[in-house]
Write a new protein. Sequence first.
Length: 139
Amino acid sequence: MPPVRNRAVATVVTPAHPAAAEIFDVLGGTLPVADEAALSVFSSVTGAVSSHLHYLAVVCSWAESQGVPRDDAERFLRGLFAGLSPAIADTDTPIAQVVGDHETPGGLNEQLRRSFFDEHGTASLEHALDDLHARVTRP
């Protein structure tokens, strides 16, 4: 995966083992987890990467449908979302707080988040993650 290649994410391993740590620590770190059940959860969430990027592609397409040149929309959104990297990388701040830190009460970000992640949107995402989890744990 590109994040591993770019040394931006730890490799999840079980059980913890010094040889694994020696190999993976140079590639972004090692995250030892308790058991195969935990490992399967981490395997499942890796399936969210292209969906996150597809979200951006849909936003770009929407901007284009409103008359904005595609190249301009992509340039703007790439910079906007790349600028979030420091906030995402700050492990001292819980992700839920990062969300709140990037929206104004009653503002546009809060409106879209509440609309997109209503009970149906959230349930749909959780169901899709459950499906991924079932796939990675299937014998």
